[in-house]
Design a protein. Structure first.
Length: 202
C-alpha cells in the first residue's frame, strides 16, 4: 500500500530523484528484465501513475539512468584521450574508473549487468552508453608505442583485460573473500587498486 504521507511530503523533483536512485539499485540487483515498475513503486512508496508522470515506461527510466552514467563517465574518457602520452592516459583512466566503481557501486553493477543482459529491450540504450567510452579507449590504445607489450594484441582482447581487471574486484570481492574463510578480510585489508596491475603491465 502506498504511504500517502511520504508521497505528499516530496516535491516533484525529489520524487523523480528518489525514483532514479531506487531504480538504479533495483536494476543493478535484478537486471532490466527482473525488475518491475511495481518493484520500484513499492520501494519508493508511490503509485504507478506517479512514476509514469516522470517516465513514460520502464525502458525510458532505464535509458535515463544509463544516460546519467554516460555523462559521469565521459570526462574520464575525455581526460584519457587528451593525454599526449597514451600509456599515461590509459593508466589515469584505470585509476579514475577504479575510484568511480568504488564510489558508485550500484551504477557500476548496472553497467556490468547491462553488458551481460543482452536483449532487445536494452540494446539501443547500451550501445548509446558504451560506444563513446569504448571508442576513446580504442583511440588511445592505437597510440601505444610499438614496443608496448600490448602491441599487436587485438583491441577486443585488450578491452576485455582492461575493463575486466578494473571491474572484477568490485563485483567479486565479497564472494572471493567468502571462498577464503581463513583470510576472510585479507582482500580488504591488503587492498591495492586493480589499476596498479594495468600500470605495471602497461
Amino acid at each position: 500500500m502506498v504511504d500517502k504521507t511520504v508521497r505528499s511530503s516530496r516535491t516533484g523533483s525529489e520524487t523523480r530523484e528518489t525514483i532514479l536512485t531506487t531504480a538504479e539499485r533495483l536494476f543493478a540487483e535484478k537486471g532490466f528484465a527482473g525488475c518491475s515498475i511495481a518493484d520500484i513503486c513499492g520501494e519508493v512508496g508511490i503509485a504507478k501513475p506517479s512514476l509514469f508522470h516522470h517516465f513514460k515506461n520502464k525502458q525510458q527510466l532505464y535509458a535515463v539512468l544509463l544516460s546519467g552514467i554516460s555523462d559521469e563517465l565521459r570526462p574520464l574518457i575525455d581526460n584519457c584521450r587528451a593525454n599526449i602520452d597514451a600509456r599515461a592516459g590509459l593508466i589515469g583512466l584505470a585509476y579514475d574508473l577504479d575510484r568511480w566503481n568504488h564510489d558508485h557501486p550500484d551504477a557500476h553493477k548496472l553497467v556490468m549487468r547491462d553488458m551481460l543482459d543482452f536483449n532487445e529491450q536494452t540494446t539501443a540504450s547500451r550501445k548509446w552508453l558504451l560506444t563513446y567510452f569504448v571508442e576513446g579507449i580504442h583511440e588511445t590504445f592505437l597510440r601505444l608505442p610499438e614496443d608496448s607489450r600490448f602491441s599487436g594484441m587485438p583491441f577486443s582482447n585488450f578491452l576485455a583485460f582492461f575493463l575486466g581487471t578494473i571491474s572484477y574486484y568490485h563485483v567479486a570481492n565479497s564472494t572471493l573473500s567468502a571462498l577464503l574463510p581463513e583470510n576472510r578480510n585479507s582482500m580488504s585489508e591488503d587492498y591495492k587498486s586493480p589499476a596498479s596491475i594495468i600500470e605495471n603491465l602497461l
